[in-house]
Design a protein around this ligand. Structure first.
Ligand code: SF4
Length: 202
């Protein structure tokens, strides 16, 4: 298992916002989104024993598998291994592949068409669909999406060192305003602001 980093922080996004969790960022992604601010290309190879020791040392008993795109590497066998150890496990996926079975919470941040999403999650219940939103982009109608417990809109932040010259993560007011407009059009959408960025946490 190739891993970019293992760290503990709050879940800053979505319906589990504020929960203390251990993030395991797996190497690799099958997309290259323009606004991507994630390092997913480096990594260190871990055996299951090494990974277990590293995660156990964090002490949270909760894992969020992330990336990159974690479905490229995460196996049902590994999920079962950590489930047997009593871990709550969630995944943050881009929707291009069906996640392995056995996870406790599935967040899809879709970077694929609705048709592909419906196909990939036909037999896999989704807990949360969360769209990163830039002003003016079209977001699918909720009624066309696969069923989920939560539907969220997440305004994309200003990139660091952009026109603002800031080295901090800044909330983009145009993106936020646009999310609020979309929520007025369909109040089933909820706002998800990346709290960890506002608090300058990892
Ligand atoms: S799917 Fe996620 S990790 Fe991959 S390029 Fe897009 S934003 Fe980055």
């Amino acid at each position: 298992m190739k891993v970019v980093e293992i760290f503990t922080s709050i879940q800053g996004e979505g319906a589990n916002c504020g929960l203390l969790v251990t993030f395991v960022r797996l190497t690799g992604c099958n997309l290259s989104c323009l606004y991507c601010d994630t390092n997913f290309e480096t990594g260190t190879e871990y055996s299951t024993e090494e990974l277990t020791a590293a995660v156990t040392a964090e002490g949270t008993r909760r894992i969020i598998w992330t990336g990159g795109e974690p479905t490229l590497r995460l196996t049902e066998e590994l999920v079962t291994h950590f489930a047997d150890l009593g871990y709550w496990q969630a995944i943050e996926t881009n929707g291009t592949k069906t996640p392995p079975r056995g996870l406790d919470y599935i967040t899809v941040s879709p970077k694929v068409s609705v048709q592909t999403l419906r196909k990939n999650f036909r037999d896999t219940p989704i807990d949360e669909i969360r769209y990163p939103v830039a002003r003016g982009v079209t977001i699918p109608d909720i009624d066309t999406l696969p069923p989920a417990r939560h539907y969220l809109l997440s305004p994309i932040f200003e990139p660091k060192g952009s026109d603002t010259g800031s080295e901090k993560n800044l909330l983009s007011e145009p993106n936020l305003t646009y999310c609020l407009e979309l929520m007025r059009q369909d109040p089933r959408w909820r706002l998800s602001v990346q709290l960890h960025k506002l608090l300058h946490l990892p």
